[in-house]
Design a protein around this ligand. Structure first.
Ligand SMILES: [Ca+2]
Ligand SMILES: [Ca+2]
Length: 457
């Protein structure tokens, strides 16, 4: 404190000298005499008093400041030591999968996904909790057993492979899923047993009254004393003494009504052959065995009006009208035939700003009993404004058949979890929310309608 006091005293002295010079100069400028010595001394004394009071107040402020600093120092000293680890423990990346998200602070999420051919068992998303532990359970990527749905038909044996399967077919069947009979059955059948009375006699003894399109006479010939009879293609020799050719009922022979049958839909036996038919809405394909859906929307075989969309379905078509949502305090405008966007909200309307920013409509056609699980739709953010995207399944008539999973940071996938028996119409809503520091920036709804065919084709 002494050096400070000394400097203050020195300053006081300088101030006194300067002040007297200044006062004298003012008087000189005003062309007056300098004030008397007594007047000057009085003035200087007053100034010194003023300075002393300023000095006291200044010292008081300094003491108060020092006291505050000491208190602050004490309270900082009493603070607990800074914890070293404010993050959740690191998480393992699943084998045959990936981990998205590296931040391990509370509130942050880590997402997991599996390579193609593997399915995730466990939590798709884990969040670092305030207690510095992770929510959910560590996931693993399991090889999808494609054989579970018994894809090999007609007694074929299934072998599971990564991202696929292979079938070892039973005798008489071929194709990737053993769905096709091996085409070796349609040869004419030659009978080598002897016919009493010879071929001509056998032919003449055949009662013509019994002929129908499904019965034919065999053609017989004698070679070195032995009679050989043959039938036309599609017929087999039968009857007592093998005297008649009977039509082969291919429809019965190939288990009509089971998977891998001769015809995809229905089989009609004909004399010497067979024919496949298809339900309304399908054409028989060139190979004569399969059914192909007729595209009524592409071929103008529909009666949809101008304000409707024509959606081709397996075995038919649908006329749908897309109408923008009616939400209180928010209005929407159609920006494309399948998309509605919210008009700008008034600045003070919270209910408007929380309404979906856009609603998109998608229509899909699938066949009945589609194998599951499978991804049937993806929702992606084109550009992201916030730091987090969340995907969720909202209501809809088909909700129980679906779940939503994330495939990467900006994409959500709608997953069909179990096969749906048609005919059926399902709808689900997928919500994508964009957040910035947990504050909602926007909601985007995708409404998906799925038309399930009555048939598995
Ligand atoms: Ca036949
Ligand atoms: Ca169709």
């Amino acid at each position: 404190m002494y050096p400070f006091n000394d400097s203050m005293k020195m300053m006081n002295r300088r101030y006194t000298v300067l002040l007297s010079v200044f006062i004298c100069q003012v008087y000189t400028m005003l062309a007056q005499d300098c004030p008397s010595k007594q007047d000057l001394q009085n003035s200087i004394q007053q100034a010194q008093k003023l300075l002393s009071s300023q000095e006291a107040s200044y010292m008081q402020s300094l003491r108060t400041l020092r006291k505050k600093l000491n208190l602050l120092h004490d309270s900082v000293t009493r603070l607990p030591a800074k914890p070293k680890n404010l993050t959740c423990p690191n998480l393992d990346t699943p084998v045959n999968g990936r981990k998205l998200g590296k931040t391990l602070f509370p509130g942050h999420e880590v997402h997991f996904l599996c390579d193609v051919g593997y399915e995730l068992v466990g939590s798709e998303m884990r969040q670092c909790k305030d207690s510095l532990s992770w929510s959910g359970q560590q996931p693993v990527c399991k090889d999808i057993d494609e054989c579970l749905s018994s894809p090999c038909a007609n007694g074929g044996t299934c072998t599971d492979e990564v991202n696929g399967f292979s079938c070892f077919c039973a005798k008489g069947w071929a194709g990737p899923t053993c769905q096709s009979p091996t085409p070796t059955f349609f040869v004419s059948i030659m009978n080598t047993s002897p016919v009493v009375g010879g071929g001509a006699a056998a032919a003449s003894s055949f009662p013509l009254t019994h002929t129908s399109a499904f019965l034919r006479q065999p053609k017989c010939s004698q070679v070195q004393g032995t009679t050989h009879c043959t039938c036309e293609p599609g017929f087999t020799i039968s009857g007592r003494e093998n005297s008649v050719c009977t039509d082969i009922d291919e429809c019965k022979l190939f288990h009509n009504g089971q998977a891998g049958r001769l015809c995809l839909h229905a089989c009609v036996n004909t004399a010497g052959g067979y024919r496949c038919t298809c339900p309304a809405g399908y054409n028989v394909t060139r190979d004569g065995r399969n059914c192909k859906d007729i595209d009524e929307c592409g071929s103008r075989q529909n009666n949809c009006t101008r304000d409707q969309l024509c959606i081709n379905t397996y075995g038919g078509f649908q006329c749908v009208k897309v109408e923008c949502p009616q939400i209180r305090n928010a209005t929407y405008v159609k920006t494309s035939p399948t998309r509605c966007e919210r008009n700008p909200c008034p600045a003070d309307s919270r209910s408007c700003s929380q309404a979906p920013n856009s609603v998109s409509y998608h229509h899909m056609s699938v066949v009945s009993n589609l194998s599951a699980p499978r991804v049937i739709f993806r929702v992606s953010a084109v550009r992201m404004m916030g730091d987090t995207l969340r995907f969720a399944l909202l209501g809809g008539r088909g909700r129980r058949y679906f779940t939503v999973q994330r495939s990467d940071r900006q994409t959500g996938e709608l997953l069909l979890t179990s096969p749906v028996q048609g005919p059926a119409t399902l709808d689900v809503e997928v919500e994508m929310s964009e957040l910035e520091r947990r504050e909602l920036l926007g909601r985007y709804i995708t409404k998906i309608t799925i038309f399930v065919s009555p048939y598995e084709f």
